[in-house]
Write a protein that binds this ligand. Sequence first.
Ligand code: HEC
Length: 360
Amino acid sequence: MLYISLVPAFAVLLAAKYAATPAPERVRWGLFVPVGLGAFCLPVVMLMVFPVIVWLAGLLLLALAAWPLIRRRVSNFWPVGITAALVAYGIASWSAYRDLREENRLREAYPLVSMAARVPEPRPEPIADERALAWLSTHEDPLAGGFGWRESQLRRLHTRTTDAFVNSDGFGVARMPGRITEHELKPPERPEVPPQPGSPALWPHGEAFELSPAPAREQFAKMHRHGLGDFAFREGWGYRQDRDRVAGFLSHRFSKVPTTETWTVHRIELVGLLKHAAPKVYLSDKLPAMDDLRGAPTRPLDAFETAGLVAIRKGEEGFAAQRPDVVRYLGAIRSAKQCVECHGGQRGDLLGAFAYTLRR
Ligand code: HEC
């Protein structure tokens, strides 16, 4: 923008020089006005505005108005014109410098941080079978979208350095993304993490349960997909350079209680596979939110969860069991290709599971 702005700047300067006649002639406003206007209009036509030209034209206008007085002391308009240009570019540079300082501050407020330090890679397991991979491919497409403004501004913040000065808004505002503002980087608003709606059902080892029929399983699978989308929260991933450099990541968490047509969710617990030597269920009186679960107490898996984990490790999407008044569902959380960016490992790896308790 700095370089492009030099063209209209030079045009207005020449027009002002032409208008600044020697005494006793009158100032030739006739040319300056259309060229000055043109210098304004041209950028507008190009969908840009150059604040620096606005300053320059304004200063030249003042100089020309005073020209009949000034020309008694100086014979040539150039020193006056060039001073005006220096002042205009000085103001624009100051504003560019302020932008740079603000961007440095934002880079510190939204730094690149390592995900590897926060979450271990999934353990290599016998890679999920074809059913699981087929399921994944239908689920990673929706994740490919949702690439928002916040993410692209975070990317700009961490990738541009050399062009930040010359492309500052002070020299020109293109319709392309201009200044990066704090407001754009702020996390999107979301409801608080809901409390667990009801009590858990634990099925001790040795206790029998019955598997749910297929149509019911489909209903629970749908609920699980919605729940997982809410928990992983695509809009909160921020800008990901690689597993060691991520800016603006918002920890996964639920923001609403998932629903089904006939059953109500009483409990959702996260079965963690990554952080402990053996699988553990995180305990919390809220729906799973990673900020809460860091350092939360855990319990070992019960009979249902143990059986469910065996099933999803074989490639099932979920495992459902029931008793007259209670249904339990274990839904697999597999790494889609987008999750691999932060989690490492491979697409299809098991990152964990949600254990749902549902009642009529
Ligand atoms: C931008 C980075 C990033 C992306 C993308 C990402 N995650 Fe995570 N995930 C993390 C981090 C970091 C943690 C560790 C908890 C924390 O520090 O917030 C985590 C934790 C988890 C956990 C809990 C692990 C445990 O046992 O404690 C699950 C499950 C999970 N992620 C699933 C997913 C899924 C599924 C996807 C893709 C749909 C995904 N994540 C995408 C960064 C990411």
